[in-house]
Write a protein that binds this ligand. Sequence first.
Ligand SMILES: Nc1ncnc2c1ncn2[C@@H]1O[C@H](COP(=O)(O)OP(=O)(O)OP(=O)(O)O)[C@@H](O)[C@H]1O
Ligand SMILES: [Mn+2]
Length: 269
Amino acid sequence: MNELRDLLGDLVADVDAVFLFSPNASFFEEFDDVDEEIVVVGPENTLDAEPFVELPIDFTDLEGRLRFGIEGALEQGIVDEGDEVLCVTEVLDGSENTIVRVQTNDFSPSGVYDMFVNSRADASVVRDVFEVAIELGKKGQKGKPVGALFVVGDAGKVMNKSRPLSYNPFEKSHVHVGDPIVNVMLKEFSRLDGAFVISDAGKIVSAYRYLEPSAEGVDIPKGLGARHMAAGAVTRDTMATAIVLSESDGLVRAFKGGELVLEIDPEEY
Ligand SMILES: Nc1ncnc2c1ncn2[C@@H]1O[C@H](COP(=O)(O)OP(=O)(O)OP(=O)(O)O)[C@@H](O)[C@H]1O
Ligand SMILES: [Mn+2]
């Protein structure tokens, strides 16, 4: 077993920082005296850890989770480019059973951290819309797959770059994402065409908007259609973030700055 020990020894040797993903209190305490910088990453800072990187959604896929933690720590200046970091986390609902060593440069930034934290819209609004899209992706509408397009933030400009396909059911209402009744409405209206436009603070500004941004130079993955193109393009023309549920492949994707920044399978979420 010495080979295995050596392998593990090499894996954990000479790292600049150790990232603990959602550690419990006793596990966290065990790291009190270590020399390396300890970075806690999780949905809530229940341990009052410092430094701390807040996860906006509970990433079930490992890579998404690691990416977010590392991009967040880079952005906050907790680690530097080129640092060697050790990520301690769980997969398959275990305890801390997984150690991944990465160099912060190994990731080309996906923009996922930036999308949540530096969006014009509040991070909680982006997260709430994300959750609606995920839920809609899981259940569909009456068992059938549905697609949906949500454009979040910079709503004035988004409205200028779009036109109505039908009457706007949110015209005179003051409802916000995250209200339970609104989630039901969003799901109901998603059967019809066009995009939802949502303000920075989460107010539903409109449904049924046909987006007309300039798509020139927008480079989204091949095979995605008009809905995704419009989503990508509107985020390049404005400061909005677009969240798309695909009717054809069932995935939820997010675009910001004209680029695909996140792709999640609702079934695995
Ligand atoms: N510019 C646009 N603005 C708003 N909604 C749009 C726009 N273009 C397409 N859509 C909506 O997207 C729907 C699906 O279009 P299309 O199949 O071309 O997109 P897609 O990217 O392949 O999406 P999906 O993966 O859901 O099929 C359309 O029926 C329409 O409701
Ligand atoms: Mn399509």
